[in-house]
Design a protein around this ligand. Structure first.
Ligand SMILES: Nc1ncnc2c1ncn2[C@@H]1O[C@H](COP(=O)(O)OP(=O)(O)O)[C@@H](O)[C@H]1O
Ligand SMILES: CC(=O)N[C@@H](CCC(=O)OP(=O)(O)O)C(=O)O
Length: 299
């Protein structure tokens, strides 16, 4: 064996370790939610794009759904508008909705499409408004038993996955902004990106939902300890939901919805770690928190 071949052997072994995961996911759809808080620096965003393109070339069908909460808040601030959240959702006046749409579809989505397309003509950006992909109705959360008006925040009523499926069929990587149209009043609505990713994963019959955020996973006793729950079933998660707070609520509700509606695994991963998607593929037990349907064993 030549020295060159010999030194390359560990690399071959590393690739082979990914074989079971890649075999299981071959030809399957993977919905990846990239949170606004995980998009903290340029290198991380570039590494994210590389990972997604890697999956595409490895025979998977990745779909990216992006957030942009901090980016929206910064832009609202520039416009002299305050950011207020109720029940974990942004209170969205018609004026704020214009900013949400501009930041998500005009800035964050464009940037991700640009980064992905540095690797070839792969990514196509769209919002849930396009081709009636996401239809919503006005969402009115109940706080302390009372229905509260939080403006143009949408509750998803229907997903039409046709346009995304056509893009996947064409070998493209769809990049979706979580904005919906309403069939009732023809306004556009602001949808939480975790909720949109989960609904899309279910409607697309995705194998896996990956949610990249700015923590290692679901902490068992947040904020007191950094012990991450590595695996839990849908029923176990359902019991935990009432105790969760802030950004984790839509994330874990989304994971639960996904695995209860045909998605095989939903994972919360640390998007601050470079190449967290590839790390997930290359480690048997996975990183972060994995949610599985009931009947797939206790953690
Ligand atoms: N049990 C928990 N485990 C981990 N994070 C939690 C938990 N409860 C609340 N959080 C908060 O949720 C945040 C992630 O949600 P969010 O800020 O909406 O992120 P993203 O922009 O990625 O959607 C974490 O940074 C943390 O502050
Ligand atoms: C209704 C609602 O709250 N929508 C979110 C949409 C963006 C989002 O979800 O971004 P992250 O994933 O980065 O949090 C918002 O306006 O902030």
């Amino acid at each position: 064996m030549s020295t060159r071949k010999h030194t390359a052997l560990p690399k071959a072994q590393i690739l082979i370790e990914a074989l079971p995961w890649l075999t299981r996911h071959n030809g399957k759809t993977v919905v990846i939610k990239f949170g606004g808080n995980a998009m903290i620096d340029e290198d991380l965003k570039a590494a994210f794009a590389q990972d997604v393109v890697f999956l595409r070339h490895a025979g998977l069908k990745p779909v990216v759904v992006h957030g942009g909460g901090p980016q929206i808040s910064a832009q609202l601030d520039k416009h002299g508008l305050v950011s207020e959240f109720k029940a974990g959702l942004r209170v969205t006046t018609p004026e704020a909705m214009d900013v949400v749409r501009m930041v998500l579809a005009g800035q964050v989505q464009r940037e991700l499409v640009g980064l992905l397309n540095q690797h070839g003509p792969l990514a196509v950006g769209m919002t849930g408004e396009d081709a009636h992909t996401i239809t919503a109705t006005k969402h009115q959360p109940r706080i302390d038993g009372e229905l509260v008006d939080i403006g143009r925040v949408g509750e998803i009523t229907r997903i039409d996955p046709g346009a995304i499926e056509a893009l996947l069929e064409d070998g493209r990587i769809p990049v979706i902004s979580s904005i919906a149209r309403s069939a009732d009043d023809h306004h556009v609505y602001n949808v939480n990106a975790d909720t949109a990713a989960a609904a899309l994963a279910a409607a697309l019959g995705a194998e896996t939902l990956m949610v990249l955020t700015d923590v290692e996973g679901l902490y068992e006793d947040w904020p007191n300890s950094d012990e991450v729950i590595s695996r839990l079933t849908a029923s176990q998660l359902e019991k935990l939901l009432p105790d969760l707070s802030s950004g984790m609520v839509p994330k874990m509700e989304g994971c639960l919805f996904a695995v209860r509606n045909g998605v095989n695994t939903a994972r919360v991963l640390d998007g601050r770690v470079p190449h967290s998607i590839l790390l997930e593929i290359f480690t048997d037990s996975g990183i972060g928190t994995m949610v599985v349907p009931d009947g797939q064993g206790e953690p």
